[in-house]
Design a binder for this molecule. Structure first.
Ligand code: GAL
Length: 347
């Protein structure tokens, strides 16, 4: 295992953006940027033993500066939408940056995806840390965040979060990697997905949870048995298809506490498989319809249905739905969480 560092580019201010690459003994590697604590590449072997880069991204800092879709970024302080960009905690109402219509999306105008993080190599891991000041995008309390990426010899990338605050606040962070297990250019419609979730959180026309938790059975969201992503992606069902594809939070079945396998995706052609492990209660499945406008790695545009995201997190808009698992972090408490994306070859 080795970790190397190189300059990836420079911000308009002249500040250097660094790229950290962790490589294991078999040659699999993960590259990470201190801009947005971003997961930039993941090279893993396919059935022909070729190394395939299974996460979408850009070759230049310029791409990331225009990255409106959060490719590979660490998202915070609160992932997904907060209805009407406001919430109440300890009797006080907080108004947040509304950067998507009336909602606060992925932390606001300048979320953690757009910040330079402090980075440090420790053994086979890269530690990224960030201090988010009291009042950042409207959120109360100074939040101290550490995100630790580690690559195992088993081609598993672990992402750990250690978070604390000096005042009661809310937090719900995730990584926004877009996966294509065949590499950078094909569609993911043939790739299969299984999610260990019997229920999902229903959304309204603004993709905001209505508060209802409903069964996946007899809906396009039934991934309890593996099926190709493309099979039901265009099936229209009232109250479900507001997103033009999948953009839904699954309520994971796993009992809270442990880091357990919750989802598996497979590219039947190249044979790359990915198992997702987490201790989080939910996972957001997002399948962007069309990235043809986006120039990705290799200087070529991404196309139609180019990737899928499996963003492990608490449920969207948890503060405005008190029956959802809580995202409150109390002063002095430490929030700790882990998600692992493990890659292997299916023969
Ligand atoms: C996802 C979200 C989508 C869209 C996307 C932006 O997490 O569920 O609705 O906002 O991020 O990249």
């Amino acid at each position: 295992m080795s970790v190397s560092v190189s300059e990836f580019g420079r911000l308009p201010s002249g500040e250097a953006v660094l790229r950290y690459t962790i490589t294991n003994a078999s040659g699999a590697s993960a590259s990470l940027l201190n801009y947005g604590a971003t997961w930039q590449t993941m090279f893993v072997p396919n059935r022909k033993d070729e190394l395939v880069d299974v996460v979408l991204g850009y070759d230049t800092i310029d791409g990331y500066l225009k990255n409106t879709m959060y490719l590979g970024a660490t998202v915070g302080r609160v992932a997904n939408r907060i209805k009407n960009a406001r919430f109440t905690l300890n009797g006080t109402e907080y108004k947040l940056a509304a950067n998507l219509g009336t909602s606060c999306l992925h932390g606001g105008n300048v979320g953690y995806d757009k910040k330079i993080w402090q980075a440090q190599i420790d053994g086979d891991s890269v530690f990224f840390s960030l201090t988010s000041p009291d009042g950042d995008e409207g959120f109360p309390g100074e939040l101290s965040v550490v995100v630790i990426y580690s690559l195992g010899e088993d081609n598993a990338l672990s992402i750990r979060y250690l978070i604390n605050t000096d005042q009661d606040t809310i937090q719900n962070m995730t990584n926004h990697a877009y996966f294509n297990l065949a590499g950078q250019r094909s569609t993911v419609l043939e790739q299969t997905l299984q999610i260990d979730a019997d229920q999902f959180t229903r959304i309204d026309e603004l993709t905001i949870p209505t508060g209802e938790i409903v069964p996946v059975r007899n809906t396009p969201l039934d991934f309890t048995k593996a099926k190709p992503l493309g099979r039901d992606i265009n099936v229209t069902v009232e109250h479900i298809d507001t997103a033009g594809g999948f953009d839904h939070n699954f309520v994971l079945n796993h009992p809270k506490g442990g880091v357990e396998r919750v989802a598996t995706a497979v590219d039947p052609i190249g044979g790359v498989a990915m198992d997702v492990y987490t201790d989080q209660p939910g996972v957001q499945l997002f399948t962007p319809p069309d990235f043809s406008y986006m120039i990705g790695k290799g200087g070529e545009p991404y196309g139609i249905r180019p990737a899928f995201c499996l963003e492990t997190q608490h449920f969207a808009d948890a503060m405005n739905n008190p029956h959802f698992p809580s995202i409150v972090l109390r002063a002095g408490e430490v929030f700790s969480s882990e998600t692992i994306y493990r890659f292997r070859v299916e023969k």
